[in-house]
Design a protein around this ligand. Structure first.
Ligand SMILES: *[C@@H]1O[C@H](CO)[C@@H](O)[C@H](O)[C@H]1NC(C)=O
Ligand SMILES: *[C@@H]1O[C@H](CO)[C@@H](O)[C@H](O)[C@H]1NC(C)=O
Ligand SMILES: *[C@@H]1O[C@H](CO)[C@@H](O)[C@H](O)[C@H]1NC(C)=O
Ligand SMILES: *[C@@H]1O[C@H](CO)[C@@H](O)[C@H](O)[C@H]1NC(C)=O
Ligand SMILES: *[C@@H]1O[C@H](CO)[C@@H](O)[C@H](O)[C@H]1NC(C)=O
Ligand SMILES: [Ca+2]
Length: 527
């Protein structure tokens, strides 16, 4: 142990600066102790850990066997793809093998024999782990690069996808985007998604084979041309919103939209020379461990951080059990050069035994009650240990007590519910006539209009009479001559003056006359 410690101390000065050590045993005036640093794993060749999927089904050539030609030699179509013959097959795994010098092995698609229907293929790479890119993604195409393609990325294991870069020989025509170069981006636009024409033009299929996603050029905006000033890059990664995430992926997808044409037009009489062939996809990056690990290992089919600083999880994204007296935080590259470990702390290390489930960083002693209690519980929690949900929130049954998502807002409909509290399963207390978990629906025979009101009319029990029509369960629209809530009364019965057949102008004269007579009888009008 001591020997190991001595060795570590010895190694530290050499390795410092690039965050590759999580802790070291140091001697201070108070005696020897551990010192902790922000740390991250080394960059690796990520293609060794990837799972690949090629879509649509049947896009890989060779089933049934198919002949193909090349742009260099379009009339000598002697090459064959045959999935059942290992020497002639081109399965997806050949995009990730290590190649012997000179001999390219590649995945190949079927040819464009269905032209003019587009020849579309998706190549999806999944790691089931967040990865931070540290170098360019380089895709090598044999027999010419696509004239239109798109790179997409996911940050949530393929649930949602976002464009990463567009590639076309004519960006305006293909994507209605102006062509741009990564080299021309600035510090404020380093994470812009753009369309580039640099990798899609025809240059002879042997000469220009690679399509890049330029990570280094984007880093160089901050770190200088040879990436000498990495400190500046790390500072920016901490401070610029969204910059770290821009270089983080769990999945990548190449959407191949149009193959190399070898010229301006598609030659319909020889469609055997149009197809995709990818010999290599190089992805260089490091496991994202939130600066809490310097090792990442491949276990049970997935990459996993070997978490330090008493953190745990695939990305060291939470505190270990019994180390939750403070809420979890990612380590930081700052201050330079060693960063901050932001380690998780043992429960009870500060005060008595006050666990706050990671929702508070502070405890306070309340003298007259003689208790220690968590202060300013976050994430909508409350209570001595931040173990309850605030009013208006309820417990997320699929989250642990130390999860940031442990309390879910009740979201009761303000009009339909009695108040904004709900029970343990998220049900609100509804006013009369309202229903549904959030009280935003009405019971049968009620209608919604700033709350639930009993139907005035409907198609069953409260039918509008005499040919009236029910308007949104709120009122009957009565035909001329009828009134009442359900048009049940004839105006004629109520008031003779409303009877059908009463002449228009004469009627109203008569009405005036009758009115005058009535008032006269009461002695209010002198004639
Ligand atoms: C490729 O993936 C996109 C989603 O990113 C999907 O819309 C499209 O249909 C897929 N194409 C093929 C050929 O599977
Ligand atoms: C992804 O990784 C997690 C954590 O290592 C593991 O539990 C899960 O089974 C993996 N999923 C797949 C599809 O490999
Ligand atoms: C993690 O917990 C152990 C005790 O299990 C302790 O010795 C160590 O110092 C802690 N590490 C950090 C970074 O707090
Ligand atoms: C409940 O917690 C789980 C686990 O953290 C989370 O994935 C889910 O989104 C939460 N549900 C809601 C409604 O917030
Ligand atoms: C919450 O209220 C709903 C609707 O009244 C009810 O079905 C459910 O059982 C209640 N849940 C609890 C835990 O009381
Ligand atoms: Ca290969």
């Amino acid at each position: 142990m001591l020997y190991l410690a001595a060795l570590l101390v010895h190694c530290v000065p050499l390795a410092m600066g690039q965050y590759d050590i999580c802790k070291s045993w140091v001697t201070t005036d108070d005696g020897p102790s551990w010192e902790f640093y922000a740390c991250q794993p080394k960059a690796m060749r990520m293609k060794d850990y990837v799972t690949v999927r090629v879509d649509p089904a049947g896009i890989t050539c060779g089933d049934p066997p198919e002949r193909f030609c090349t742009h260099e030699n379009p009339y000598l179509c002697s090459d064959e793809c045959d999935a059942s013959n290992p020497d002639l097959a081109h399965p997806p795994k050949l995009m990730f093998d290590s190649e012997d010098e000179g001999l390219a092995t590649y995945w190949q698609s079927v040819t464009w024999r269905r032209y003019p229907e587009p020849l579309l293929a998706n190549i999806t790479l999944s790691w089931n782990k967040s990865i931070e890119l540290t170098d360019d993604i380089v895709i090598t195409f044999e027999y010419g690069r696509p004239t239109i393609m798109m790179l997409e990325k996911s940050l949530d294991n393929g649930r949602t996808w976002h464009p990463y870069q567009y590639y076309a020989d004519d960006c305006m025509e293909a994507f209605s985007m102006p062509a741009r170069r990564v080299r021309d981006l600035s510090t404020t636009s380093a994470n812009r998604v753009l369309c580039t024409e640099e990798y899609s033009r025809w240059a002879g299929s042997k000469k220009e084979k690679t399509v890049r996603f330029e990570v280094r050029d984007r880093f160089a905006i901050f770190a200088g041309p040879d990436l000498k000033n990495m400190d500046n890059l790390y500072t920016r990664l901490e401070s610029a919103k969204g910059l770290k995430d821009f270089f983080t992926v769990t999945d990548l997808r190449m959407r191949l939209l149009r193959p190399a044409l070898g010229g301006t037009y598609v030659q319909r009489e020889n469609l055997y020379k149009y197809f995709y062939a990818v010999s290599n996809i190089e992805v260089t990056g490091r496991c994202k461990c939130n600066l809490h690990a310097n090792l990442c290992t491949f276990k049970e089919g997935s990459l996993q951080c070997e978490c330090e600083h008493n953190t745990t999880g695939q990305d060291c994204g939470k505190c270990k059990k019994n180390f939750r007296s403070r809420s979890w935080r990612a380590g930081s590259y700052l201050p330079l050069p060693n960063g901050s470990p932001n380690a998780c702390a043992a429960a009870g290390s500060a005060f008595g035994n006050c666990e706050c489930y990671g929702h508070s960083n502070r405890c306070s002693y309340i003298d007259f009650l003689n208790v220690v209690t968590c202060v300013s519980c976050k994430h909508n929690t409350r209570g001595q240990h931040c173990q309850h949900c605030r009013l208006g929130f309820y417990r997320n049954s699929s989250a642990e007590l130390d999860d940031e998502n442990v309390c879910i807002e009740c979201n009761c409909n303000q009009i339909g519910s009695m108040h904004d509290r709900c029970n343990e399963t998220g049900y609100c207390e509804c006013r009369e006539g309202a229903t549904g978990p959030k009280c935003d629906d009405c019971l049968p025979n009620y209608y919604w209009r700033q709350g639930c009101f009993p139907n005035v009319c409907d198609d069953e029990l409260l039918l509008c009479q005499n040919g009236g029509t029910c308007y949104q369960n709120q009122r009957c629209i009565c035909p001329v001559g009828f009134k009442g809530v359900l048009c049940q009364q004839s105006r004629c019965e109520v008031d003779k003056k409303d009877c059908d057949g009463a002449p228009g102008a004469g009627g109203s004269l008569a009405t005036v006359a009758l009115g005058v007579l009535a008032l006269q009888l009461r002695g209010w009008v002198d004639l």
